[in-house]
Design a protein around this ligand. Structure first.
Ligand code: ZN
Length: 419
């Protein structure tokens, strides 16, 4: 009888323990909310009575590392290896007790940013880029966009096989335009592909070169005072586009903000962008550094790129102007042929002023705001081409005729005269 009672007590004791023992609810779902090449941020469901959490993680055959006392339902695991598989578990803690480790989850860090080592335009309309090899990469993806565009577009994407080495040539680009280029490594994440972190793009803005012959004659056309209302400025661009030539536009900052589409068109056609102060209301000594900087900022805001050229209203250069141009890496361009379009407003007069005075290496002054100038350009450009001239921007003129890129803060009057 006593034995029977003892047996009953034992049975009920065991049942009671099984039924009434404290239950430690486990963490069921764990998800990655952010991953970089060295970090994994995870988030989990929070069992109601849990007081804190422990996170465990390990690389494949290694021992678990642990972080405990986590009060939140999220944690960032740091100092991880790039493009690596990790096993992660989260346990719930109840005062001094801890639930089991729970389910093992598999997560991957992404590949590190490739380092671009080279980005140049070696051929007309092309950019070549090279980058450092990532030993974990299965392949790479290159993306490009015109500098003026705000976002990269998946249409402008090139897949690069591992066997191709760490390099790519991007073709069919707009000549004379500036581009941003970026690269990421593609790794395996289980059976899926994982895109790594994008390289920095600011390093790789490069001008796409044109095939120009420095031994043949060249002239630079320059247009001041735009963009503006009316159709002259767009008609000038139509003609430049038709003959596939370049020019330099010295623009007024406040006008740029009022006519952003015109500036964007100039960028897409590869025109050189010039600064002509923000308001064009001050001349010579009264022009301040901020009159210049404000115009550069307006051009950058609309087009995504800073101007490379400067011309002061009225053409007078001071030390303040030169210093600011040197600081902003803009060259100053005067002119040695004045078409006097601002005075004559006559297409025939502009045509004869230009064509009768032209020589190799000249910089020609015009304005993009007069209809007479737009009419004259239609005649001038085909005639210049027929005479064997290459019609170029100021930057191209100096670069090809002197063999050196134009310098910031230096004033050029033609390809043969600077100070
Ligand atoms: Zn002006």
């Amino acid at each position: 009888m006593i034995l029977f009672v003892v047996l009953l007590v034992c049975i009920f004791g065991v049942i009671g323990f099984l039924v009434f023992r404290p239950r430690y609810e486990e963490v069921k779902t764990v998800a990655v909310t952010d991953s970089t090449d060295t970090k994994l941020t995870i988030k989990w469901n929070k069992p109601e009575k849990a007081t804190s959490f422990c996170v465990y993680w390990k690389e494949k055959d290694e021992d678990y590392e642990k972080a405990d006392g986590i009060k939140a339902d999220t944690y960032t695991i740091k100092n991880l290896e790039q493009a690596t598989q990790y096993t992660v578990c989260v346990s719930a803690c109840y005062d001094k007790a801890e639930s089991g480790k729970g389910t093992e989850h598999t997560f991957y860090t992404v590949a590190s940013k490739p380092k671009i080592t080279y980005a140049e335009s070696e051929k007309k309309g092309q950019i070549k880029i090279k980058w450092k090899k990532n030993p974990k990469a299965h392949s790479y993806v290159v993306q490009y966009k015109e500098a003026a565009d705000t976002k990269f577009d998946s249409n402008n994407t090139i897949d690069v096989k591992k066997s191709a080495g760490c390099q790519a040539v991007i073709k069919n680009l707009v000549e004379g335009a500036a581009y941003d280029v970026r690269v990421c490594a593609v790794t395996a994440s289980g059976s899926a592909k994982a895109f790594g972190m994008w390289s920095k793009t600011s390093l790789s803005v490069r001008r796409v070169q044109r095939n120009l012959d420095p031994d043949k004659p060249m002239v630079a056309l320059t247009f001041d005072d735009g963009p503006s209302y009316g159709t002259a400025n767009d008609r000038i661009l139509d003609t430049l586009e038709k003959y596939d030539v370049r020019a330099t536009f010295f623009m007024i900052g406040s006008n740029v903000l009022e006519h952003p589409d015109n500036l964007k068109r100039k960028v897409s056609l590869g025109m050189e962008l010039g600064n002509h102060t923000y308001s064009h209301t001050k001349y010579g000594e009264s022009i301040t550094a901020s009159d210049i900087k404000k115009c550069s900022d307006a051009i950058k805001k609309v087009s995504g790129q800073y101007p490379t050229a400067f011309r002061s209203p009225g053409g007078m250069t001071t030390k303040t102007i030169k210093d600011e141009c040197a600081k902003e890496n803009m060259s100053l361009y005067m002119w040695n042929v004045d078409t006097e379009d601002w005075k004559s407003h006559s297409a025939p007069a502009i045509i004869s002023k230009t064509l009768n005075n032209i020589e190799d290496g000249d910089i020609i002054l015009m304005h993009e705001i007069y209809d007479a100038t737009a009419d004259a350009i239609k005649v001038i450009i085909p005639k210049l081409i027929k005479k064997g001239y290459q019609v170029v921007s100021c930057q191209e003129l100096i670069e090809y005729k002197t063999g050196e890129a134009p310098k910031g803060g230096v004033e050029y009057f033609s390809a043969h005269e600077s100070q």
